[in-house]
Design a protein around this ligand. Structure first.
Ligand code: ADP
Length: 339
């Protein structure tokens, strides 16, 4: 045996590959989101009976809540050809036209981060969404010609973490907006049990429930914590995922008894240093060395939901729970108009 043959190829070992393996294949694996699935299944049934393509759908919600998974599961359920791209990948109208002209009838076109689609590209998409054709002008001045390209009927599924950034005309072209909410710990336990099964992991229910309560309502976080706890169970334990392995993995990842991770504590510390005065997003991002978008969509929502911080028009402030998580007391509590 050559030394390398005992290893799986890097792409199969990577976190991304693992995340792909854990993706729900169809609706029956898409757990804990009946509020989304019920109306979607009804729409599918009605469109199928009428022999039409499904209307365009917008999936809106924080990262990791399952927007991509549901789009892929939808294509699977419909047995529809699937094309996947992202808003920023389509820099010019040419990129969009290339994709649209290659669509087979009844395809699902999934555009992730659709709020980052350049304005000019977005406008070309309008005709495609409404009339299944793209019109564009070739040449300029007296030689200018209007060309019309017909496109096969398709369903656009757009995903966004920033629905408010979409223009009203764009939003109005979607037949339905599905808003993804954080999952309950019970729903996350179901997802974790499914993931543990796929990973071939023998797990105690109490271990899964502990992971679920630390997953911030987000399946992607739940699966990440599960993989770290699996490492501990394998290296330091007997391979079985129990509460001890989970607690040890939290310790190694720097997750404290409040469930706060290192970046969370850096955020709270930065706000505490500001002595209770509001700190603007830009300054906070510099203080904790994270991108503004990551702060807003990944870290802050949970801190706000749990009452550690608040967002106000003047900036972010540390609330009482935030001060006590740091073991400090606030010198002054500013009264602010909260968002
Ligand atoms: P988003 O596109 O909203 O950022 P993803 O669809 O990429 O989120 O979800 C991240 C991971 O979480 C997926 O790989 C999948 O394993 C898991 N996941 C998300 N939603 C569900 C769900 N409802 N049921 C089971 N697993 C889920």
């Amino acid at each position: 045996m050559s030394p390398s043959s005992a290893f799986q190829p890097a792409s199969r070992q990577g976190e991304e590959a693992l995340e792909r393996d854990l993706r729900p294949a169809g609706f029956e694996d898409f757990l804990g989101q009946e509020a989304l699935l019920d109306p979607l299944e009804l729409m599918i049934q009605a469109a199928t009976e009428r022999g039409e393509t499904l209307e365009h759908l917008l999936f809106s919600g924080l990262p990791g809540l399952g927007k991509t998974s549901l789009a892929l599961a939808l294509a699977n359920e419909l047995q529809a050809p699937l094309k996947v791209t992202t808003g920023p990948a389509m820099e010019r109208a040419k990129d969009l036209v290339g994709i649209l002209s290659s669509l087979e009838p009844g395809s699902i076109l999934f555009i992730d981060e659709i709020h980052r689609l350049p304005k000019v590209v977005e406008e070309y998409l309008y005709g495609a969404m409404e009339r299944f054709c793209v019109e564009f002008t070739l040449d300029q001045g007296v030689h200018a010609r209007l060309l019309k390209l017909d496109i096969q009927p398709f369903t656009l599924v757009g995903a966004t973490t920033r629905e408010a950034l979409l223009s009203a005309p764009f939003r109005s072209r979607f037949g339905q907006v599905f808003r993804f909410e954080p999952y309950s710990p019970e729903a996350l336990e179901l997802i974790l049990a499914r993931s543990a099964g796929i990973l071939g992991l023998d797990s105690a229910p109490s271990a899964l429930s502990l992971l679920a309560t630390h997953s911030r309502g987000t399946p992607r976080v739940a699966n990440r914590l599960l993989r770290r706890a699996r490492d501990v169970a394998q290296i330091e334990g007997n391979g079985k995922l129990d509460e001890k392995a989970v607690r040890r993995s939290f310790e190694l990842m720097g997750i404290d008894s409040f469930g706060l991770e290192r970046t969370d504590r850096r955020i709270l510390e930065a706000l505490a240093l500001n002595e209770g005065r509001p700190l603007g997003l830009k300054n906070l991002a510099v203080a904790v060395d994270e991108g503004e978008d990551t702060l807003e969509t990944v870290h802050e929502p949970w801190l706000v939901r749990e009452g550690y911080i608040a967002r106000s028009p003047q900036g972010r402030i540390l609330l009482e729970a935030g001060w006590s998580a740091l073991g400090k007391t606030s010198s002054s509590q500013p009264s602010l108009e909260l968002e």
